[in-house]
Design a protein around this ligand. Structure first.
Ligand code: TYM
Length: 333
């Protein structure tokens, strides 16, 4: 409740701990979580259960989970204001996911583009978890009765299926789940690869120059931007057929707050070299304070543990309440 006695709306989002977060994770998702904390009841999490649809080495996974948690905090998730947890600490996610599996059709899951893409990338491990992944994601969202889910545009299809599942369940019984709404930023909702600007920037890219990581050094970041694939026109403006420049302009807009017009004016008469360098420098300037905070936090394992334990305890009553309501409606004793 807020001080006017009105129930606060709930915001929720999770990120997978499959390595250091990318600039795409930051611009498309993480940084947008932060302002919600002033006004809404926020629930954030590290989606460790989701990450095992691809084989993970145990020690590396353990390390990545903690590092991603620390990075979430460094970027501005405040564990005193938000429930910030590790997904596997709340068994309710797996329990509701099983139930939702039984309210989701094979045909709907077959149409998920992420399933199709990942099956092509990992033909040797097309496991059932990869297929039913959207049910776990729906469980993450519906358990907390989330109103808003800030995400990058690649996750939109998963929000749509979560809404469909919620509506189906509500229709079969009685209103049980809040129907969630995906929140996608106008700019930066799909940060593209620096080496192939028709493809999403993704952690799993084998070309390291394609991806900026949140822990890259200034030198690495500037070099990656200098090598970014653009076009031969040598004029900085946002337009059709300029995927590479459009991507860099969007990134620059997101980290500096300048408009496209201002950016075009700033680089009028200048070549792509100057522009790319400016983007690299601006990206580093945005990441530098987060990096310092990250290194401070990751050195304090006891504090991180305190935070994720507290986060789970804060989330648990919300999750339990929904799960028991669901189980009762279904007819379990
Ligand atoms: P994940 O871990 O792949 O990505 C985390 C968030 O980062 C966004 N993102 C991007 N945004 C813009 N440009 C990019 N290149 C880019 N790459 C990633 C994603 O859209 C996402 O918002 N299934 C989810 C995690 C998840 C979740 C949830 C999200 C699990 N349960 C419940 C919301 C609600 C995923 O794999 O995101």
């Amino acid at each position: 409740m807020n001080n006017t006695g009105v129930e606060k709306k709930r915001v929720l989002s999770l990120l997978q701990p499959t390595g250091v977060f990318t600039l795409g994770n930051y611009i498309g998702a993480l940084r947008n979580f932060v302002p919600y904390q002033a006004e809404y009841e926020c629930v954030f999490g590290i989606a460790d259960l989701h990450s095992i649809t691809v084989r993970q080495e145990p020690a590396a996974l353990r390390k990545a989970i903690l590092e991603c948690y620390a990075m979430g905090m460094a970027a501005g998730i405040d564990p005193k204001r938000s429930a910030f947890f590790l997904q596997s600490h709340l068994s309710e996610h797996s329990q509701l996911a099983w139930i939702l599996n039984c309210y989701t059709q094979f045909g709907e899951l077959s149409r998920m583009t992420q399933f199709k893409d990942k099956s092509v990338k990992n033909p040797e491990n097309i496991n059932a978890g990869l297929f039913t992944y959207p049910c776990l994601m729906a469980a993450d969202i519906l358990l907390y009765q989330a109103n808003y889910v800030p995400i990058g545009s690649d996750q939109n299809q998963h929000i749509e299926i979560s809404r469909d599942i919620a509506e189906r369940f509500n229709g079969a019984y009685s209103p049980t789940f809040v129907i969630p709404e995906g929140i996608i930023q106008k700019f930066g909702n799909r940060v593209m690869s620096l080496q192939d600007p028709t493809k999403k920037m993704s952690k799993s890219d084998t070309n390291k120059n394609a991806v900026v990581l949140m822990l890259d050094t200034k030198d690495e970041i500037v070099k990656k931007f200098k090598r970014a694939v653009t076009d031969s026109e040598a004029r900085v403006f946002y337009g059709e057929g300029k995927d590479g420049i459009n991507n860099l302009m969007e990134i620059y807009l997101c980290v500096t707050g300048k408009s496209f017009e201002e950016i075009e004016r700033e680089f009028e008469g200048k070549g792509y070299g100057d522009f790319k360098e400016a983007v690299g420098e601006a990206v580093f300037a945005a990441l530098e304070p987060i990096q310092s905070e990250y290194y401070r936090l990751i050195a304090d394992k006891a504090y991180l543990e305190e935070c994720y334990r507290e986060g789970a305890e804060r989330a648990r009553p919300m999750a339990r309440k929904t799960l028991s309501k669901v189980m009762k409606k279904i007819g379990f004793i």
